[in-house]
Unconditional design. Structure first.
Length: 50
């Protein structure tokens, strides 16, 4: 999910491909974070954590 932002490494772990998230891709970043089964992805905005 959200392959434009997150990659999967050889061990199956998610890695960040782009930081900061490019304009227009924020919904994909939020969807990817919400889909993380370990809840290990935290998004931060200029207003704080999301």
């Amino acid at each position: 999910m959200a392959a434009d932002i997150y990659d999967i490494d050889d061990d199956g772990y998610c890695t960040v491909d782009r930081a900061p998230v490019p304009p227009g891709l924020e919904p994909l970043a939020r969807d990817g974070a919400a889909a993380c089964p370990e809840q290990a992805i935290i998004l931060e905005t200029s207003r704080g954590r999301s």
